[in-house]
Design a protein around this ligand. Sequence first.
Ligand code: C2E
Ligand code: MG
Ligand code: MG
Length: 624
Amino acid sequence: MKLSCLSPPLPQIKPELLAEIAQALTADGCRLLIIAKPLAQRAQIFSYGLQPRNSTPIEKHLLWQDILKPQTTTTAETSLTEVYLIDRIWEHPTLAPLSISFAAAGIQSLLIVPLRHNQQCIGCLTLFRSRSNLQWTDEELKSARRLALNLYFAVVQQQVEQMFQDRAYRDLLTGLPHRVLLDRWLNFTLTKMSATGQFLAVILINLDRFKNINDSLGHRCGDRLLQLIATRLKHTLGASVIVGRWSGDEFALLIPELRDIDAVKTVADRVLGSFDLPFVFEQDFQALKTNSLYIKIGMGIAIATDDNLDQETLLQQADIALRRAKNNGKNSYEIYDPIAADAVTIGTSSPQLNRLRLENMLDRAIVDRKLFLHYQPQIDIQTGTIVGIEALLRCQDHHSNTINPADFIPIAEETGSIIQLGEWVLRTACNQSKLWQEMGLGDFPVAVNFSVKQLQDRNLIDTIAEILTETKISPATLEVEITESIAIKDLDLTISILESLREIGVKISLDDFGTGYSSLAALKYLPLDRLKIDRSFIRELKLNTIDASIVSTIVNLGHELKLNVVAEGVETIEQFELLRSINCDAVQGFFFSRPLAAADLETMIITGSYWHHNCTHPHNLLSH
Ligand code: C2E
Ligand code: MG
Ligand code: MG
C-alpha cells in the first residue's frame, strides 16, 4: 500500500458555504485552507469574494505558517480556537511583503481563524475587509471562532467518511475497515463528543484457539473463517455499529452516539448469541469429518463518556477488559472497570510494580484519608477490667480492602513515610484516649507501636511532648510499644530514648517478647513497664508443654524485674486459664476481642461484652 493511500482524501467545500461565511461575518472576501495530512497530497484552498492580488498563496507567508504550527499549549477554553486580527494591514511589519497585493485589492483588515481542536490544526479561514473603519466586534470574533470549530468538525467528518468509501482503508481479506481507519474514526469521534454530549463504546473481540485452527486446518481455512465471522458480525449488528478488523484474529466494534450503557450490553449479547451457531465452510474438513466449526470468543468493552479519554487509553482499557474476559475461559465479555483493571494489572504485574503502587498509596494515605486505627483491649487476668488498649494501624487501598500492617509497615519504613504515619498514629490515638477519658470509660493507657525508624528520629521526643500538650492527656495514659528485636538492635540508643520517654512520664512496653533473642541481662537496663509475651508462645500453650514452661519463666522473670506481663494472641479459654494459673497479669487476644473500630470498642466496654459469650466471665472463672 502506498503511503499516499493513507492520507485521507481532501473534502470538497461548496462555494456557497464560503459566501455564507463571508456574509455572516460581514467580510468582503474569505478563503479557506485545508491542509492534507500526512503531507502526501496537496493542500486545498477555496476562496470567495475579494482576494489579495498576489501570485503565491498568502498562506505560505510566515504569519500563516506560524499560526498553523501545532500548538504545544492549549488555551483554557480548549474547544474554541484563537483568532488573529490585523486591523490595519499596512502598519503590520511582518506583512510588509504582502502590503502591495492587499492594497491593490483594497483589503485593509484581515482576520485569521485556525481550524483547530486541542492540538490538532487542519487549516485556517482568512477573512478580508476593505473598509478599515468597520471594526470587528467581539460578537463577530466569537462567531468566527465558533464557525471555525464547526468547520473543523465538518472537514474531519468528511475526511473520515471518504475514508470509509475508500478501498485503501479496508482489510483485503474481509473487506472490513482496518485499523488505520478505525483509529482515525475514534480520534475524530472522541474529539467531537464534548460537543454532542453523547458517548461511545469500543468492543474488541478475540477468537479463541485461532492459532490452533490455522496450524491444524491450514491458513486458508483460517482466512475463510475470518471472512465468515466478518459477514456474521455485519449481519448481526447492522449499520449502527462499525465492524472492523483490528488485527490477526481480533475484530473491533465501534458504537457511536450512545445514550445508554445498556445498549452496549445488548450489542455484546447479540454478538455472543451469534457465535452460538457454527461457522459453515464450503467443504468438509477431513480431519474433523464435518464442514462446520464452533468458535468461542472473548470480548473487552471500554466506554468513553467524555472527551478527556484519548483513543489510546480507550483501546488500552478495552484490551484490559478483553484479557479479563479471556481469563474467564468461556464465551464472555467484560466491561472495563478501573477497579477490576487494577486487579488484572496487579495479578499480571511484577512484584516491583505492586510495591510501587503500595509506596505511592502510603505516601498519600494520610491526605487521602486511607488510614484508620483499630483498638484491641488488654484485660486484667484477675479482675477482668481493661488495663490498656492497643492501637493498631490499618490502611485501606482504593478497593476498600484493608491492608495488614505487616504488609505495609516494612515498606513505609523503607521509604521513610513511617515517620509521618507514626506521628499520625500517635496524634490519633492520643485524641481517642482523651475522648475515652472524657466519656468516663476509664483511664487505661492507649498503647502505640513504634518502628525502628521512629526510634531513630531525632525529633521523636519533641513530637511526643508536643502531641501530649496538644491533646492535653496525661503522659501516663500513653504507652509506647517497641518490639524486642528493635530494642536490642542498638541497645545504647534504645536505652537513651526510653529514658527520655520515661522522663516525660510515658509508659513503655516491650512487644513480641521472646522472639528477639535478647540477652536476658539486657532486659534489666531497659526502663520498662510491661513485657508482652509473643503470641507464638501462646498459640500452642497447653499444660505441661515446653511452651507452658517458657511462658511461666517469662512471667516470673517479668515479675522479678517488677514488670507487668501481658500475653498476646489469647484465643481460647484453655490458654486463658493456663495463663491465669501461672499468674500472668493481663491478656490480649481474639478470645476477648478482635481489634475494633473505636465506636465498636466503646460499645463493648460499656456493655462489658469483651469476653467470649459462651464462656464465663473472668470473675466467675476465678471462683471455679
Ligand atoms: P503487634 O504490636 O504484636 O500487634 C498485635 C497483633 O496481633 C495485631 O496484628 C493483632 O491484630 C494481632 N492479634 C491480636 N490478638 C490476636 C489473636 O488472638 N490471634 C492472632 N492470631 N492475632 C492476634 P496486626 O494488627 O496485624 O499488627 C501486626 C503488627 O503490625 C503489630 O504487631 C505491630 O508490630 C505492627 N503495627 C500495627 N500498628 C502499627 C503502628 O501503628 N505502627 C507501627 N510501627 N507498627 C504497627
Ligand atoms: Mg504491639
Ligand atoms: Mg506483639
